[in-house]
Design a protein around this ligand. Sequence first.
Ligand code: NAD
Ligand code: IPM
Ligand code: MN
Length: 358
Amino acid sequence: MANKKILVVPGDGIGKEVTAVGKLVLDAIAQKYHHQFSYDTALIGHVAIEATGTPLPDESLTKMKQSDAVLFGAVGHPKYDNDPTAKVRPEQGLLKMRKELGLYANIRPIKLFDELLDASSIKPEILKGADILFFRELTGDIYFGEKGRKNNGNTAFDVAEYSRYEIERIARKAFEAARTRRKKLCSVDKANVIETSRLWREVVQQVALDYPDVTVEHQFVDATAMLLIKEPTRFDVVVTANLFGDILTDEASQIAGSMGMLASASIGDGTGVYEPIHGSAHDITGKGVANPLASILSVALMLDISFGLTTESNAVIAAVDAVLKAGYRTRDIANSSTQAANIVGTEQMGQLVLAYLK
Ligand code: NAD
Ligand code: IPM
Ligand code: MN
């Protein structure tokens, strides 16, 4: 029996709606497999700014550090998206959480459930068999370098920085994962132009010497963006820098059918954070239509990676698969041939997964 302290951090927008469902799935797993999961919650993002004036209060950070795992939703609010001059922003909370918890590896699996072959705008024959594991570096790059204005505010700059050590540790994680899969690693950079990318390529080439069983390919990010759509099945494990990884995985979500399908694990040396890759989606907030499967699949990653509960993790994935096989779809993964009666909302989708789990 596992005894775990889980911190639920819903954040903003649909973050609240989807983590509520994720938590129900954790409850069902605890009940079925006789584990003891205890929960607490913490504020982050816009809701934290409203309540405390800061996007990641110290109290939230302390709770995160004291938990066995964090189930995170999303942050963001249109108020800040449309005000480039705002000094305090929800996203700062997310970045601070990643930095303070040392979450340098963001693992984003792009796995297409067979039943969703026709949910994507990409042709089924191109998609069939696509299964990519992204390793996005998460605590460096242009996100965390010095930023500011000069020239009386008329010039802006963001410094991109990477150290050898930062590149090496994410590269090693990706190589280790490739070893357990199809033994192919694609390292994505822009070494033809950018200095941090040149260091990136140099370090990955060096690390590769320790993994002679893994075939390594180096690609420029612009080509990767194209190849992901042209031939997604050519990829196995992909490792890349923070900004490139952010952009490429939103693109790759279309291989899996929707942003609402993509889960992620953010890991480092301490508490792991499990989060959908999508944002607070204010266009659909409060409508009860958000796809909760990304949050549910993030729970599956938590059970596996942080708790080592692989049977339980596989049971969650199998339940999702069963619900999709039965034909149920949230709006984002439905298509013109989906029967109207099979189009369900956030809570209903959650209940269906729970029913298959039990
Ligand atoms: P978004 O991911 O919130 O939404 C993009 C599109 O995908 C929207 O049309 C949305 O409705 C759809 N979508 C996203 N998740 C879905 C789900 N579960 N089910 C169905 N449809 C879904 O990205 P955005 O619109 O560019 O950003 C909105 C806000 O979220 C911004 O403030 C941004 O900073 C923030 N954001 C936060 C995170 C995070 O917290 N990890 C990630 C991305 C964006
Ligand atoms: C993500 C988001 C964040 C990122 C933003 C909201 C800071 O897009 O989690 O993918 O860029 O990392
Ligand atoms: Mn993103």
